[in-house]
Design a protein around this ligand. Sequence first.
Ligand code: FAD
Length: 447
Amino acid sequence: MQSKEVDVVVAGGGTAGVMAGLAAARNGAKTLIVERQRCLGGQFTAGSQGAWVGFSDKQKRIVDGLVWELRNLLKERNAIVEADPETDVCFLYDTEVAKVVLNEMLAKEPGLATYFNTSIVDVLVEGNTVAGLVILSEMEQMEIRAKVVIDCSGDAAVAARAGVPFEIRAKKDIQPMTLIGRMAGVNIERVQQYYQAHPPVHDGAVPPAWRDYKTFPGFMHYGLRDELEDVDLHPHLEYLRNWLAIFTSTPNPGEVTINCSGAIEAHSIAGFEDRARQEIDSQRCLYDVAEALRQFVPGFENAYLSVIASQLGVRESRRIVGDYKVTLEDFQAAREFPDSIGRGAMPAGAHTADGVTMSVYDLPAGQSMTIPYRCMLPQTKEGLLIAGRCVSYEPPVANCIRNMAQCMVMGQAAGTAAALAVRHGATPRNVDIPLLQQTLREQGAIL
Ligand SMILES: Cc1cc2nc3c(=O)[nH]c(=O)nc-3n(C[C@H](O)[C@H](O)[C@H](O)COP(=O)(O)OP(=O)(O)OC[C@H]3O[C@@H](n4cnc5c(N)ncnc54)[C@H](O)[C@@H]3O)c2cc1C
């Protein structure tokens, strides 16, 4: 087997992973990102998300640093929809332009390499230290040894394989998956006029705190309940009446992103047959929604399904057991942690398991929760950091901590901490927190 040594290896070049790789390299570490897809960004790009959430506390911006640098690069390409950049909680962005911009950002770092189309298939563990990864490209395997491994796989796949304790809720409780897609050829003006004339009345799927976020820039609409009220649906489409669906415009004319529940009561991490069913159910759901929009919502008459995301959207899978688990109480108290590495302020809560509604806990405008470094440190193992949606938190905190802006913030912090650990011959657990915080602040982060 081939082998290679780096300072830092990032497992997964997704939402958190790209930022982890960039931050590690910018802070002097020889870094490798391993990504199984053909592009960087994970959910941010391959997942076709398009609504980048978590930027403000509704009064002021709470995210800066690498995330803001990326936002500015997208803005330069007219690939962002915004209303007021200092208070917007969300930016709508072009996921395809984002792929190219991320490549360009990473190409500027001489100490950073990315392997695409490459899967992590095993983890090297020596005693209680995670020492590297085994990766596979085509039929070729390589052993990557690293001083620090950052698990940005979304599923804590590396941590789990290494024996880190983790939590995962039962299928009956876990948040639904969604395959995101886009429709083109939409007459957005006509759609907006229709909704102005027919404001939603039966749309109970979205709690009030989220309805307020209709102040997102661009067009945003929830659910299909009103539109389908007087419509005779084929029995196999009846489920669409109630399922939570979010429709947002994009920076491109006539284009709408569809985010509608797909595979419910399913785990994304196990079972060959199960995982096949999740893909098929989600593709069917997306197609059904697009057809319903075309048939029943004025403005969609000539629209068509133009994109089915290349990555299924997994809202929830494993969460590691970290040195600290962020709680709902921390969110509600807008906790200021001494080891803060960033902030989040979007309403906490989670999608209900049946795909129909959401539970939501909001903070007053102007307040945010800090994210502690310790929630990225896995119990029982050294040499390993976690960033992204699989860090340590209680499920009700999910919608605040797993937004893309916050995943990127964690990525930047993990990459910076890894580089500092390498520089000072420390482990991630022994990193000097004041020095980490000072370095993050100097590089633009808001803690
Ligand atoms: C349906 C849905 C809607 C959402 N809506 C929003 C929204 O409107 N706004 C918002 O801000 N957030 C939203 N989120 C949340 C957000 O998109 C995710 O929580 C976040 O993107 C997760 O980032 P991550 O880095 O943890 O994972 P990902 O972005 O998924 O990155 C994980 C990466 O690891 C790679 N990987 C995994 N395993 C391996 C392996 N074995 N080998 C190699 N590579 C591997 C994957 O290919 C992927 O690129 C939504 C999520 C979902 C699912």
